[in-house]
Design a protein around this ligand. Structure first.
Ligand SMILES: *Cc1c(COP(=O)(O)O)cnc(C)c1O
Length: 372
């Protein structure tokens, strides 16, 4: 977190505010920067997914809110591409949703040339369908806009997991501009807010449902006065009790810190760090010259993203696998955690985003020790 984010967290601790008022203010600002109707600060993108699914499942029905995650008697199926499934979809299922898979990825299974296609979603829609779950990524198929089109033809909402889609900044608006009904972002990734924060943004009636199911509802109906832009009391038959999202609460400090981080992110303040990230990676590359590894700096796809360093371990010369190098780095002092998504291909990945210059120098030394 930037020092300004930490300061905002501390300052917020000294003030009193009804949380629904603070969330309503957050909603206005999130809506502006994402070009959506409304937003909510959540306890992480995974929490956004649970709340988003709960909003789609229950809508403004207080009885359904009370029963979640039990969905007996109302539609609860979310159609999802088989290749979009991951451990994170537990967060959608936690609300009560049942996932219905469509499509194949015949390229990965080495059995063909095609991936999931939009018509396959349409074929899976039926009376039990509540919505569509889509995971945003660099190379996702089918394109989100096509999925939104087939879903909206049947009046079904689309919930998008865009946890890691920021930066680039353009994704703040580009994803919702496909017409997706709810978009979930992490607050603790590229936005660099508290790790325990996220964003849910989209259609105002769905955000209202999510807010009702997350906020503390311990009040008297006659006294309860939520801000109408976030929750329209006049349309409600009564005051729901705590909803399924009550376990996912956020503090005023977290809300203010996330909003501060979002301002920095939106204004481009983090771009100041980009030349430094590159310089740190170049330092590591020069420290590793002559070792049993080949370094390459991978350029980012967008100007407001940062490069990462790919280190191909010469496993034959070194007599150690990349997996073993990774283990030794974790066990050393200081413990070093490199990107471990490509170990099977003999590659270590270094992401510079949270390093300072001194740490980068230590990192270079530790890598050199393990790769020499
Ligand atoms: C990181 C991630 C999440 C969870 O985000 P948190 O903010 O940590 O809750 C969800 N989905 C995907 C695809 C992610 O990469």
């Amino acid at each position: 977190m930037d020092a300004r984010v930490l300061q905002a967290f501390q300052d917020a601790a000294g003030h009193w505010v009804p949380l629904e008022d603070l969330q309503a203010a957050a909603s206005r600002r999130i809506a502006e920067v994402t070009n959506t109707e409304a937003g909510l600060v959540t306890a992480g993108c995974a929490a956004s997914l649970t709340l988003g699914a709960a909003a789609i499942l229950a809508g403004d029905d207080l009885g359904r809110m009370e029963r979640l995650p039990n969905c007996a008697g109302f539609p609860c199926e979310f159609v999802v591409a088989r290749e979009h499934r991951s451990g994170y979809d537990h967060a959608v299922r936690a609300a009560g949703a049942r996932l219905v898979e469509v499509g194949f990825n015949e390229i990965v299974s080495n059995a063909g040339v095609r991936r999931t296609e939009a018509w396959e979603y349409a074929e899976a829609f039926g009376p039990e369908t509540a919505g569509v779950f889509y995971v945003q990524g660099a190379d996702m198929q089918p394109p989100l806009a096509e999925v939104v089109a087939v879903a909206h033809e049947r009046g079904l909402p689309v919930l998008v997991d865009a946890a890691g889609a920021l930066p680039p900044r353009k994704n703040l608006t580009a994803i919702s501009e496909t017409g997706a009904d709810l978009v979930a972002f992490s607050g603790g990734k590229g936005v660099r807010g508290p790790q325990s924060t996220g964003i849910l943004c989209g259609r105002s009636e769905l955000i209202a449902s999510a807010a009702l199911q997350m906020l503390d509802m311990d009040d008297h109906w006659d006294l309860w006065d939520p801000p109408s832009k976030l929750i329209n009391k006049r349309t409600l038959p009564g005051l729901p009790r705590h909803g399924i999202g009550r376990s996912l609460k956020v503090s005023k400090e977290e809300i203010v810190a996330l909003l501060t981080a979002l301002e920095l992110f939106v204004s481009g303040a983090y771009d100041d760090g980009l030349p430094r990230y590159r310089a740190m990676l170049e330092t590591v590359v020069s420290v590793l010259s002559g070792s049993a590894a080949e370094c390459r700096i991978r350029e980012p796809a967008d100007a407001d993203c940062w490069p990462v360093l790919q280190i191909v371990v010469d496993e034959a010369t070194l007599g150690k696998t990349a997996f073993n190098v990774c283990r030794a780095l974790r066990a050393g002092s200081p413990a070093v955690y490199v990107g471990h998504g490509e170990l099977a291909s003999g590659r270590l990945i270094v992401n510079p985003v949270c390093l300072d210059d001194e740490q980068a120098a230590r990192l270079g030394e530790r890598l050199r020790e393990e790769l020499s």
